[in-house]
Ligand binder design. Structure first.
Ligand code: SF4
Length: 331
């Protein structure tokens, strides 16, 4: 049990009692970037005009129960600008405060491999042509990674340009995947990750903690499932409710609950303990503007929640990788 729950203290109250160590207890993405690049690097989110097999009927209609891309992809909120213009504007926005910055072009909105290979090449080439782009990150689903798609993605990699492919798993439990209407299996994820990593591409995974019906033990099983795979980096989200989603209806009718802050802090700490240290952590919570989040409202910012998770690890005397399986997948 989390010491927060055991003592009845909230994570924030505990934060006032502990001094976090100067070295982070988990492998931050910012640290991983500093190891990879000798200059500051920032992601530019892009909306390339894709849809998703879970929305266009290829697999299903309506999408995953929690999904409204506008909640997490800023470029999906208004009229879509040309890809080139999105890139130029993103660079300008960042260089205003970081003149020496270079960039990772982040194909973020919807499923960014859901098109024929020749169309994908033209879309990715917008970023690949830009000399300031030192990385390309492509977010997609594990069932949208055919060999011909991976051929196109692999060709983007050069000594000066790293390429990440991001796959949503969300949970290793089939019942949870069915509940979310993901329309892919955990085996699809494992297969896509292995085939992608075998090409020397970097792999990012997504999970959601706090899925209704999942116990802390089930979430730890998902962590162990990922730890055994050649995943380089992780985005850990809490379950949140966005407007206009099927989940909003379920939550308003009282059919499902979202995690409390204490539950998320404990679950995220459990997850980090199981992930090997080589896996960098890009997110520990889902991040979205207030108007796009119906619930939960924890009343804390990202930094405070990250600090609460680190304080939880400190109070347990653990860190990322403390409970990683002996057989954790190497890279
Ligand atoms: S979360 Fe991803 S896979 Fe699910 S509906 Fe949204 S874009 Fe499609």
């Amino acid at each position: 049990m989390s010491p927060f729950l055991a003592t009845g203290r909230s994570p924030l109250a505990t934060l006032t009692l502990v001094t976090l160590p100067p070295m982070s207890l988990y492998t931050r993405w910012s640290r991983a970037l500093r190891d990879l690049y000798p200059f500051p690097v920032f992601k530019i989110p892009l909306h390339a005009g894709f849809t998703c097999p879970n929305r266009d009927g290829s697999k299903a209609y309506g999408g995953c129960v929690y999904c409204d891309n506008r909640s997490f992809a800023p470029n999906a909120r208004g009229p879509r600008a040309e890809l080139q213009d999105q890139l130029v504007q993103g660079k300008r926005r960042i260089r205003w405060r970081e003149p020496g910055a270079k960039f990772i072009a982040y194909y973020q909105a919807y499923s960014n491999t859901h098109a024929p290979a020749e169309e994908l090449k033209a879309i990715y080439d917008v970023a690949a042509r830009d000399p300031d782009v030192v990385g390309i990150s492509i977010g997609t689903r594990p069932d949208c990674a055919s060999e011909s798609v991976l051929d196109v993605i692999e060709a983007l990699r050069t000594p000066a340009r790293r390429v990440w492919v991001e796959y949503g798993l969300e949970s290793s439990h089939e019942a949870s995947l069915v509940w979310m209407n993901r329309c892919h299996s955990a085996a699809d994820f494992a297969d896509a990750v292995k085939r992608t990593a075998a090409r020397g591409l970097s792999v990012v995974g997504h999970v959601i903690l706090g899925i209704p019906g999942e116990t802390p033990g089930m979430m730890r099983e998902t962590a162990r499932f990922i730890a055994e795979l050649p995943v380089d980096s992780m985005k850990i989200h809490h379950l949140y409710v966005s407007p206009h989603t099927a989940l909003e209806g379920m939550w308003k009718r009282g059919e499902v609950a979202v995690p409390t802050l204490e539950q998320h802090v404990a679950a995220a700490a459990d997850f980090l303990e199981i992930l090997p240290e080589r896996v960098s952590i890009q997110r520990l919570i889902g991040e979205l503007p207030g108007e796009w989040c119906v619930a939960p409202d924890w009343g804390l910012g990202k930094r405070e929640i990250h600090a609460a998770i680190e304080a939880e690890l400190l109070s347990r005397g653990t860190r990322q990788g403390s409970r990683a399986p002996q057989t954790a997948g190497a890279r």
